[in-house]
Design a protein around this ligand. Structure first.
Ligand SMILES: O[C@H]1[C@H](O)[C@@H](O)[C@H](O)[C@@H](O)[C@H]1O
Ligand SMILES: [Fe+2]
Ligand SMILES: [Fe+2]
Length: 324
Protein backbone atom coordinates (compact mmCIF):
# COMPACT_ATOMS: atom_id res chain seq x y z
CA UNK A 1 0.00 0.00 0.00
CA UNK A 2 1.28 3.49 -0.84
CA UNK A 3 1.69 5.83 2.08
CA UNK A 4 0.90 9.47 1.40
CA UNK A 5 1.99 12.17 3.82
CA UNK A 6 -0.46 14.91 4.52
CA UNK A 7 1.83 17.97 4.56
CA UNK A 8 -1.04 20.32 5.21
CA UNK A 9 -1.33 19.34 8.84
CA UNK A 10 2.19 18.13 9.40
CA UNK A 11 3.49 20.95 11.60
CA UNK A 12 0.62 20.70 14.05
CA UNK A 13 0.85 17.00 14.14
CA UNK A 14 4.51 16.96 15.05
CA UNK A 15 3.57 18.36 18.48
CA UNK A 16 0.93 15.72 18.78
CA UNK A 17 3.03 12.77 17.69
CA UNK A 18 3.87 11.68 21.21
CA UNK A 19 0.26 11.55 22.20
CA UNK A 20 -0.82 9.54 19.25
CA UNK A 21 0.08 5.89 19.22
CA UNK A 22 0.04 4.10 15.90
CA UNK A 23 -2.11 1.23 17.09
CA UNK A 24 -4.52 3.64 18.72
CA UNK A 25 -5.24 5.65 15.61
CA UNK A 26 -7.06 3.03 13.60
CA UNK A 27 -10.60 3.92 14.66
CA UNK A 28 -11.43 5.36 11.30
CA UNK A 29 -9.76 2.58 9.40
CA UNK A 30 -11.63 -0.05 11.37
CA UNK A 31 -14.91 1.59 10.57
CA UNK A 32 -14.10 1.74 6.90
CA UNK A 33 -12.64 -1.76 6.71
CA UNK A 34 -15.69 -3.24 8.39
CA UNK A 35 -17.90 -1.50 5.88
CA UNK A 36 -15.98 -3.32 3.17
CA UNK A 37 -15.03 -0.50 0.90
CA UNK A 38 -11.28 -0.70 1.23
CA UNK A 39 -9.22 -2.69 -1.24
CA UNK A 40 -5.45 -3.13 -1.04
CA UNK A 41 -4.96 -2.01 -4.60
CA UNK A 42 -5.30 0.80 -5.64
CA UNK A 43 -4.23 2.41 -2.34
CA UNK A 44 -7.19 3.70 -0.37
CA UNK A 45 -5.62 4.94 2.84
CA UNK A 46 -3.58 8.05 3.53
CA UNK A 47 -1.24 8.01 6.51
CA UNK A 48 -0.13 11.37 7.84
CA UNK A 49 3.04 12.00 9.81
CA UNK A 50 1.27 11.43 13.16
CA UNK A 51 0.14 8.02 12.01
CA UNK A 52 -3.47 9.14 11.56
CA UNK A 53 -4.94 6.89 8.91
CA UNK A 54 -7.54 8.45 6.66
CA UNK A 55 -9.49 6.59 3.99
CA UNK A 56 -9.03 8.00 0.49
CA UNK A 57 -12.54 7.15 -0.70
CA UNK A 58 -15.88 7.91 0.87
CA UNK A 59 -18.89 5.59 1.28
CA UNK A 60 -19.89 6.29 -2.33
CA UNK A 61 -16.48 5.28 -3.72
CA UNK A 62 -15.44 8.89 -4.51
CA UNK A 63 -12.64 11.00 -3.09
CA UNK A 64 -13.76 13.06 -0.07
CA UNK A 65 -15.13 16.51 -0.88
CA UNK A 66 -15.08 15.83 -4.63
CA UNK A 67 -17.41 18.67 -5.54
CA UNK A 68 -16.71 18.41 -9.24
CA UNK A 69 -17.26 14.66 -9.57
CA UNK A 70 -20.16 13.42 -11.75
CA UNK A 71 -23.29 11.94 -10.23
CA UNK A 72 -26.77 12.62 -8.88
CA UNK A 73 -25.61 13.47 -5.38
CA UNK A 74 -23.06 15.99 -6.71
CA UNK A 75 -25.79 17.72 -8.74
CA UNK A 76 -27.87 18.23 -5.60
CA UNK A 77 -24.82 19.49 -3.73
CA UNK A 78 -24.00 21.97 -6.52
CA UNK A 79 -27.54 23.29 -6.51
CA UNK A 80 -27.29 23.66 -2.75
CA UNK A 81 -24.17 25.86 -3.13
CA UNK A 82 -25.79 27.90 -5.90
CA UNK A 83 -28.58 28.91 -3.52
CA UNK A 84 -26.18 29.36 -0.59
CA UNK A 85 -23.94 31.71 -2.56
CA UNK A 86 -26.80 33.78 -3.93
CA UNK A 87 -28.73 34.25 -0.69
CA UNK A 88 -26.13 34.52 2.07
CA UNK A 89 -25.49 38.27 2.25
CA UNK A 90 -24.02 40.51 4.92
CA UNK A 91 -27.52 41.77 5.85
CA UNK A 92 -29.03 38.30 5.92
CA UNK A 93 -26.41 37.10 8.40
CA UNK A 94 -26.94 40.12 10.66
CA UNK A 95 -30.67 39.46 10.77
CA UNK A 96 -30.18 35.76 11.52
CA UNK A 97 -27.72 36.46 14.35
CA UNK A 98 -30.14 38.90 15.91
CA UNK A 99 -33.06 36.54 15.66
CA UNK A 100 -31.27 33.46 16.96
CA UNK A 101 -29.37 35.24 19.76
CA UNK A 102 -32.75 35.47 21.49
CA UNK A 103 -32.60 31.72 22.19
CA UNK A 104 -36.37 31.67 22.54
CA UNK A 105 -37.15 28.63 20.42
CA UNK A 106 -36.85 25.76 22.86
CA UNK A 107 -35.56 24.46 26.21
CA UNK A 108 -33.85 21.10 26.21
CA UNK A 109 -30.72 19.19 27.18
CA UNK A 110 -27.77 18.47 24.89
CA UNK A 111 -28.69 14.80 24.63
CA UNK A 112 -32.30 15.61 23.70
CA UNK A 113 -30.89 17.68 20.88
CA UNK A 114 -28.66 14.79 19.72
CA UNK A 115 -31.79 12.67 19.44
CA UNK A 116 -33.56 15.34 17.41
CA UNK A 117 -30.80 15.08 14.84
CA UNK A 118 -32.07 11.62 13.98
CA UNK A 119 -34.53 13.44 11.73
CA UNK A 120 -31.94 15.50 9.90
CA UNK A 121 -30.15 14.71 6.62
CA UNK A 122 -27.66 17.22 5.23
CA UNK A 123 -28.05 17.95 1.48
CA UNK A 124 -24.74 19.79 1.19
CA UNK A 125 -22.58 16.81 2.02
CA UNK A 126 -21.14 14.72 -0.83
CA UNK A 127 -19.72 12.19 1.64
CA UNK A 128 -22.62 11.28 3.89
CA UNK A 129 -26.32 10.52 3.62
CA UNK A 130 -26.83 8.96 7.05
CA UNK A 131 -28.86 10.60 9.84
CA UNK A 132 -26.71 13.18 11.56
CA UNK A 133 -26.63 11.46 14.96
CA UNK A 134 -24.47 8.74 13.37
CA UNK A 135 -22.01 11.34 12.19
CA UNK A 136 -21.80 12.94 15.64
CA UNK A 137 -21.03 9.66 17.36
CA UNK A 138 -18.64 8.47 14.65
CA UNK A 139 -16.62 11.68 14.94
CA UNK A 140 -16.62 11.67 18.74
CA UNK A 141 -15.68 8.00 19.07
CA UNK A 142 -12.86 8.27 16.52
CA UNK A 143 -11.31 11.31 18.23
CA UNK A 144 -11.77 9.74 21.67
CA UNK A 145 -9.70 6.77 20.62
CA UNK A 146 -6.76 8.94 19.53
CA UNK A 147 -7.00 11.62 22.25
CA UNK A 148 -8.26 9.68 25.28
CA UNK A 149 -7.33 12.40 27.79
CA UNK A 150 -9.00 15.36 26.05
CA UNK A 151 -12.57 14.83 27.18
CA UNK A 152 -13.55 18.37 26.08
CA UNK A 153 -12.60 17.34 22.54
CA UNK A 154 -14.85 14.27 22.66
CA UNK A 155 -17.78 16.42 23.73
CA UNK A 156 -16.96 19.11 21.17
CA UNK A 157 -17.09 16.43 18.48
CA UNK A 158 -20.41 15.14 19.78
CA UNK A 159 -22.07 18.54 19.64
CA UNK A 160 -20.33 20.27 16.73
CA UNK A 161 -23.21 19.74 14.27
CA UNK A 162 -26.17 20.09 16.67
CA UNK A 163 -26.94 23.47 15.12
CA UNK A 164 -28.47 21.59 12.18
CA UNK A 165 -31.71 21.52 14.20
CA UNK A 166 -32.30 24.90 12.52
CA UNK A 167 -33.75 22.81 9.69
CA UNK A 168 -36.58 21.59 11.93
CA UNK A 169 -39.91 23.50 12.01
CA UNK A 170 -39.68 24.21 15.76
CA UNK A 171 -36.44 26.11 15.15
CA UNK A 172 -37.75 28.15 12.26
CA UNK A 173 -37.42 25.46 9.59
CA UNK A 174 -34.65 27.31 7.75
CA UNK A 175 -33.77 26.14 4.23
CA UNK A 176 -30.68 23.96 3.79
CA UNK A 177 -28.66 26.83 2.26
CA UNK A 178 -29.03 28.75 5.56
CA UNK A 179 -27.97 25.88 7.80
CA UNK A 180 -25.40 23.50 6.31
CA UNK A 181 -22.43 23.50 3.93
CA UNK A 182 -19.09 25.25 4.16
CA UNK A 183 -18.97 28.80 5.50
CA UNK A 184 -17.12 31.96 4.42
CA UNK A 185 -16.87 35.63 5.46
CA UNK A 186 -19.21 38.35 4.21
CA UNK A 187 -18.21 41.98 3.86
CA UNK A 188 -15.00 41.26 1.95
CA UNK A 189 -14.07 39.58 -1.34
CA UNK A 190 -15.16 35.96 -1.84
CA UNK A 191 -12.01 33.86 -2.06
CA UNK A 192 -11.54 31.61 -5.11
CA UNK A 193 -11.09 28.59 -2.85
CA UNK A 194 -14.76 28.64 -1.83
CA UNK A 195 -16.60 25.62 -3.27
CA UNK A 196 -18.55 26.50 -6.47
CA UNK A 197 -17.33 30.08 -6.30
CA UNK A 198 -18.86 30.95 -9.69
CA UNK A 199 -22.34 31.34 -8.18
CA UNK A 200 -21.38 34.44 -6.18
CA UNK A 201 -21.92 36.42 -9.35
CA UNK A 202 -25.62 36.61 -8.45
CA UNK A 203 -25.03 37.62 -4.83
CA UNK A 204 -26.19 41.22 -4.23
CA UNK A 205 -23.09 41.91 -2.09
CA UNK A 206 -21.00 41.69 -5.25
CA UNK A 207 -22.55 45.00 -6.32
CA UNK A 208 -21.24 46.75 -3.18
CA UNK A 209 -17.68 48.04 -3.76
CA UNK A 210 -17.07 48.28 0.01
CA UNK A 211 -17.33 44.49 0.23
CA UNK A 212 -15.16 43.63 -2.74
CA UNK A 213 -11.60 44.16 -1.57
CA UNK A 214 -9.32 41.74 0.26
CA UNK A 215 -10.01 43.35 3.67
CA UNK A 216 -13.44 44.77 2.83
CA UNK A 217 -15.00 46.25 5.96
CA UNK A 218 -12.35 44.66 8.23
CA UNK A 219 -8.88 45.47 9.41
CA UNK A 220 -6.01 43.09 9.07
CA UNK A 221 -5.58 41.00 12.25
CA UNK A 222 -8.96 42.12 13.65
CA UNK A 223 -9.78 38.58 14.89
CA UNK A 224 -12.42 36.21 13.53
CA UNK A 225 -14.81 37.15 16.32
CA UNK A 226 -15.20 40.51 14.55
CA UNK A 227 -15.81 38.95 11.13
CA UNK A 228 -19.32 38.20 9.87
CA UNK A 229 -19.36 34.59 8.65
CA UNK A 230 -22.16 33.06 6.56
CA UNK A 231 -25.03 31.91 8.77
CA UNK A 232 -25.52 28.27 9.62
CA UNK A 233 -25.23 25.47 12.14
CA UNK A 234 -21.72 26.47 13.28
CA UNK A 235 -22.47 29.95 14.50
CA UNK A 236 -25.84 28.96 15.94
CA UNK A 237 -24.36 26.18 18.07
CA UNK A 238 -21.57 28.51 19.16
CA UNK A 239 -24.19 31.03 20.34
CA UNK A 240 -26.14 28.33 22.16
CA UNK A 241 -23.04 27.00 23.93
CA UNK A 242 -21.69 30.42 24.86
CA UNK A 243 -24.97 31.96 26.05
CA UNK A 244 -25.77 28.88 28.14
CA UNK A 245 -22.38 29.33 29.84
CA UNK A 246 -20.65 26.16 28.79
CA UNK A 247 -17.42 25.26 30.58
CA UNK A 248 -15.80 24.08 27.33
CA UNK A 249 -12.42 25.74 26.66
CA UNK A 250 -12.11 28.43 23.98
CA UNK A 251 -10.57 25.92 21.54
CA UNK A 252 -13.77 23.83 21.78
CA UNK A 253 -15.92 26.87 21.04
CA UNK A 254 -13.61 27.81 18.16
CA UNK A 255 -13.96 24.33 16.64
CA UNK A 256 -17.75 24.50 16.86
CA UNK A 257 -17.87 27.97 15.36
CA UNK A 258 -15.45 27.52 12.46
CA UNK A 259 -15.45 23.83 11.61
CA UNK A 260 -17.20 24.50 8.26
CA UNK A 261 -14.84 27.35 7.38
CA UNK A 262 -12.89 25.18 4.93
CA UNK A 263 -11.48 28.16 2.97
CA UNK A 264 -9.57 29.04 6.15
CA UNK A 265 -8.65 25.71 7.70
CA UNK A 266 -8.08 23.76 4.46
CA UNK A 267 -6.96 26.41 2.00
CA UNK A 268 -5.36 29.05 4.22
CA UNK A 269 -7.59 31.86 2.88
CA UNK A 270 -8.54 34.81 5.12
CA UNK A 271 -5.72 34.11 7.57
CA UNK A 272 -4.89 37.85 7.45
CA UNK A 273 -8.05 38.46 9.50
CA UNK A 274 -6.97 36.19 12.37
CA UNK A 275 -5.50 37.36 15.67
CA UNK A 276 -3.11 35.43 17.93
CA UNK A 277 -5.84 33.60 19.82
CA UNK A 278 -7.37 32.43 16.53
CA UNK A 279 -3.99 31.11 15.42
CA UNK A 280 -3.59 29.07 18.59
CA UNK A 281 -7.10 27.66 18.30
CA UNK A 282 -6.68 26.83 14.62
CA UNK A 283 -4.24 24.06 15.57
CA UNK A 284 -7.01 22.20 17.35
CA UNK A 285 -9.40 22.79 14.49
CA UNK A 286 -6.92 21.18 12.09
CA UNK A 287 -6.80 18.11 14.30
CA UNK A 288 -10.56 17.99 14.70
CA UNK A 289 -11.21 18.33 10.96
CA UNK A 290 -9.60 15.01 10.06
CA UNK A 291 -12.03 13.19 12.33
CA UNK A 292 -15.04 15.23 11.22
CA UNK A 293 -14.33 14.46 7.58
CA UNK A 294 -12.83 10.99 7.46
CA UNK A 295 -14.94 9.23 10.06
CA UNK A 296 -18.02 9.50 7.81
CA UNK A 297 -18.98 5.91 7.12
CA UNK A 298 -21.87 3.48 6.85
CA UNK A 299 -20.85 1.63 10.01
CA UNK A 300 -23.28 2.40 12.81
CA UNK A 301 -22.16 3.24 16.36
CA UNK A 302 -24.02 1.46 19.17
CA UNK A 303 -25.75 4.49 20.68
CA UNK A 304 -26.89 2.84 23.92
CA UNK A 305 -23.40 1.54 24.61
CA UNK A 306 -21.65 4.91 24.41
CA UNK A 307 -24.48 7.08 25.77
CA UNK A 308 -23.51 6.86 29.51
CA UNK A 309 -20.02 8.18 28.76
CA UNK A 310 -21.31 11.20 26.85
CA UNK A 311 -23.95 11.92 29.49
CA UNK A 312 -21.21 12.35 32.09
CA UNK A 313 -19.36 14.76 29.81
CA UNK A 314 -22.50 16.75 29.13
CA UNK A 315 -23.05 17.05 32.88
CA UNK A 316 -19.49 18.26 33.39
CA UNK A 317 -19.58 20.99 30.73
CA UNK A 318 -23.22 22.09 30.37
CA UNK A 319 -26.25 22.94 32.49
CA UNK A 320 -29.03 20.35 32.62
CA UNK A 321 -31.34 22.34 30.31
CA UNK A 322 -30.23 24.87 27.72
CA UNK A 323 -32.07 27.66 25.97
CA UNK A 324 -32.06 27.20 22.18
O1 LIG B 1 -21.48 19.53 3.81
C1 LIG B 1 -20.76 19.65 4.99
C2 LIG B 1 -21.64 19.60 6.22
O2 LIG B 1 -22.71 20.49 6.14
C3 LIG B 1 -20.86 19.82 7.48
O3 LIG B 1 -21.60 19.76 8.63
C4 LIG B 1 -20.09 21.08 7.42
O4 LIG B 1 -19.42 21.28 8.62
C5 LIG B 1 -19.16 21.07 6.24
O5 LIG B 1 -18.38 22.20 6.18
C6 LIG B 1 -19.93 20.89 4.96
O6 LIG B 1 -19.10 20.87 3.89
FE1 LIG C 1 -20.79 20.76 10.31
FE1 LIG D 1 -19.53 17.30 11.06
Amino acid sequence: MTILFDHNVQDIEEDETKKTKQNDVDAVTDLVLEAGFLHPDPPQLQISSSGFIAPVVNAFGHAFRAYDAQGQRQKGVENFYRLNHIHQTFDFVKRMREEYSKLDKMEMSIWECCELLNEVVDESDPDLDEPQIEHLLQTAEAIRKDYPDEDWLHLTALIHDLGKVLLLPKFGGLPQWAVVGDTHPLGCAFDESIVHHKYFIDNPDCQNPAYNTKNGVYEEGCGLDNVTISWGHDDYMYLVAKENKTKLPSSGLFIIRYHSFYPLHRCGAYTHLMNDEDKANLKWLHIFNKYDLYSKSKVRVDVEKVKPYYLTLIKKYFPEKLRW
